[in-house]
Design a protein around this ligand. Structure first.
Ligand code: ADP
Ligand code: ZN
Ligand code: ZN
Length: 728
């Protein structure tokens, strides 16, 4: 008599470890990565099979349903999930749940829509429905199927109210069969190129060759200044991979994938390009996921979570703008897609290319140490010349005149020449704060340690951290004075100021002006037309776009990043600065970049303005080496939020008390977070640092056990952030 087997199931619950379930005798053992439906407490959950457990405990609850005969999460993807769950100290079941498309998480079949059909067998076709008079439901089903010789999909059967048990009965009689019709795979293309490639220059050729010479895993840093033709390198390195029938996975930043880039990929190749973005419906996402899994999708482009796309015939992984912070997930499962891309490539044994004009110091250090192949593009492709950044002393700028006369003159000049100018300010709204002239009151968020931004056109004060909004008071809540003024400038004020003086239309691009679907595309299209215009925008404008008629970029108020107390501040400021500067003068038109700064004599500001990212990186890497900061040291942050600060600090303090001392791992804190209050909650944190990663991770395992067991942890919210990029 066959014994029940016991399987381990990873469930999407915030608890570590897997759960054991009994598999009723006679049920085929589902492989690792297949889904099952199981009872859990009073609920029913869908989980993923982890393995088999040599045990015959009869007390266990039984699996309700096995949903897949085959792994939905294939072995290499499963291995990646396991490694990520361990590294980020996140429950495996939650990681697997995160990776599954929503419809699979909800238990829908892992099959592309319309694939399954029910139809009559040869025998069934010769059955007279009259024979089924005593089974009217079966008779109805048979009659309908006789009328539809090609068969009916489950959706059609449901629309025609055909009963499932009746179909089963007919199937048992072998009159009806269920067939899986393959979605027609696209016919194999002989020639993957739909248009000829550009003539690669020498640096590009060397990079392409280095990538294509590699069989198997090899990581590369493609370190190329903006406009040096990195995209062209990707395209040409992809061609032989696609021609060999393999797939390419490319990760892009959240807002980096512009319609132009996509068009370039679609124009170049005669194979389907599948895009995974946040605008997809659940059904579309599932279809794209399955198309990748079944090898029908050949080029898969997506944002960070696309690193978890299953691939049938992987050939190459590309991470574009690999320094971009949007590759790190900042809530829930806090993974870094840049690092996972490399692990993935290792597991799949394919090359991975990290491309950037301003590589993250972590990646740069790997290249310097010889662990990543270092491919450099030092010049702009084609005829474009690199822009020079001129520093302007901005101490004379005021809240009402944020643009210096020299900047205004340069903008007017650009418009007169029939070209486009960009004014970059990474702060939306009209003014960052409202002040009372008489008593010094300022518009503060009641829920955060932060001020409220004045959005003039909506007549509202808004918190950019928690979303709180309120009307502007007529009089000062502090002293009753009506002497309220706005201080500082945001993009909305810049737009208003420039509209008064500019001879050309002013186009503002930030989150406020692009909220409506299609509005960003419309604005970009307007800019692409190439007529003279002044563009005003936040970092939304900084990345990936190619504006052929743009010849001036004015950058205001970037000092904060360079002077920031956060060790990543200067790196991020320099990356953003050079990205913005790179928008200017990209085609046969020399670009000009003006940077207004109140700290023109600051070493890092000067290095960044000199456009020499590598010199700046040298300086920053030296500092970090001395301080044991990444990439030389490793960090993890245990954050806690509670209704009162003492509760948050108390929980972390209890963790520290219970934590063994490990030589080589430094535990700093607990301390209140730099932003103590956010969304009405008080925040505290505990920082762990070590130059030895395994030591740190060993201690993190212990820390997580302690934190999970502490009763005080249930009265607050806490999480661990491994390799945090935001220490606020
Ligand atoms: P990046 O991705 O490094 O910013 P792109 O690949 O977008 O740079 O290239 C910038 C511009 O240079 C594009 O207009 C592109 O068509 C052009 N370009 C790239 N490589 C070449 C080349 N080898 N010859 C001529 N033009 C090129
Ligand atoms: Zn006042
Ligand atoms: Zn707030």
């Amino acid at each position: 008599m066959p014994l029940d087997s016991v399987i381990q199931v990873a469930l999407p619950v915030p608890l570590p470890g897997c759960f054991d379930y009994r598999l009723p005798a006679g049920t085929a053992l589902p492989p690792q990565g297949a889904r099952v439906r199981v009872p859990f407490g009073r609920r029913t959950l869908i989980g993923v099979v982890h393995g088999q457990q040599p045990s015959d405990l009869k007390k266990l609850k039984a699996v309700e349903q096995v949903l897949d005969d085959d792994s939905v999460i294939d072995p290499p993807l499963y291995a990646l999930c396991e490694r990520a769950a361990r590294y980020y100290h996140h429950p495996l079941g939650e990681v697997l749940g995160f990776v599954l498309p929503a419809l699979l998480r909800q238990g829908q079949p892992a099959r592309a829509g319309g694939e399954v059909r029910w139809r009559l067998t040869d025998r069934g076709r010769h059955v007279d429905p009259q024979r089924l008079q005593r089974a009217p439901r079966q008779q109805q089903a048979l009659t309908l199927l006789l009328e539809h010789p090609k068969g009916l999909t489950p959706a059609m059967l449901e629309a025609l109210s055909v009963s499932r048990p009746a179909l089963q009965a007919l199937r048992d009689k072998e009159w009806v069969e269920r067939v899986d019709l393959d979605i027609a795979a696209p016919p194999p293309v002989k020639e993957v190129l739909a248009e000829p490639a550009l003539r690669a220059n020498q640096e590009q050729r060397a990079a392409i060759q280095a990538i294509n010479d590699r069989q198997g895993f090899h990581p590369f840093l493609l370190d190329g200044v903006t406009g040096s033709g990195k995209t062209e390198v990707y395209l040409q390195a992809m061609a032989p991979v696609l021609a060999a029938g393999k797939q390419v996975l490319m990760l892009v930043p959240e807002i980096g994938l512009t319609p132009q880039t996509l068009r370039r990929f679609r124009q170049r190749f005669a194979v389907p390009v599948t895009v995974l973005h946040s605008g997809l419906t659940d059904r579309e996402r599932l279809e794209a996921w399955l198309a990748a899994r079944e090898g029908r999708a050949r080029i898969i482009i997506g944002t960070r979570s696309a690193v978890f796309t299953p691939l049938q015939t992987p050939g190459l992984i590309i991470v574009d703008e690999a320094h971009d912070s949007s590759l790190k997930q900042q809530d829930g499962f806090r993974y870094h897609a840049r690092d996972l891309a490399t692990w993935r490539a290792q597991q799949l044994d394919v090359p991975v290319v990290h491309g950037s004009a301003t590589p993250a110091l972590e990646t740069l250090q790997l290249a310097r140490a010889g662990r990543y192949g270092w491919l450099r593009l030092t010049r702009r492709a084609g005829d474009a010349a690199a822009p020079a950044i001129e520093l302007l002393d901005a101490r004379a700028a005021t809240p009402d005149t944020p643009l210096l006369p020299a900047s205004l003159a340069a903008i007017a000049d650009t418009i007169k020449k029939g070209e486009q100018a960009l004014v970059f300010l990474n702060r939306r709204g009209f003014a960052p704060v409202i002040l009372c002239r008489d008593c010094g009151w300022q518009s503060e968020c009641p829920r955060c340690d932060s001020v409220l931004t004045w959005h003039r056109s909506e007549q509202q004060l808004r918190c950019h951290h928690c979303g709180h909004q309120q009307r502007l008071p007529n009089r000062c809540p502090g002293c009753g004075s009506s002497n309220l003024i706005d201080a500082g400038a945001g993009t909305e004020k810049l737009e208003a100021l420039l509209s008064e003086t500019s001879q050309a239309p002013v186009v503002r691009i930030d989150r406020d002006t692009t909220r409506r679907k299609g509005s960003l595309d419309a604005k970009l299209a307007q800019i692409q037309k190439g007529e003279p215009a002044v563009l005003v925008g936040t970092q939304m404008l900084a990345k990936g776009h190619h504006f052929p008629r743009l010849s001036l970029a004015v950058i205001i108020n970037m000092d904060a990043g360079f002077l920031s107390a956060d060790f990543r501040g200067p790196e991020q400021a320099a990356q953003l600065l050079l990205q913005v500067a790179g928008r200017s003068g990209r085609q046969d038109r020399p670009g000009r970049v003006l940077m207004q700064s109140r700290h023109t004599d600051h070493n890092l500001v000067q290095l960044a303005a000199a456009g020499d990212y590598h010199a700046l990186a040298d300086a920053l890497l030296d500092e970090r080496r001395g301080a044991g900061l990444p990439p030389f040291g490793y960090l993890a942050l245990l954050r806690c939020e509670a209704m009162v600060m003492n509760q948050a600090l108390g929980f972390l303090e209890e963790c520290v008390q219970a934590l063994p001392t490990v030589e080589g791992v430094h535990v700093l804190g607990p301390v209140p977070a730099p932003m103590e209050k956010r969304s009405g909650r008080y925040r505290a944190q505990l920082l762990l640092q070590s130059n030895n990663r395994p030591l740190l991770h060993g201690l993190l395992d212990t820390l997580m056990e302690i934190a999970r067991a502490l009763p005080s942890g249930r009265r607050c919210r806490w999480h661990l952030d491994v390799d945090p990029i935001d220490l606020l």
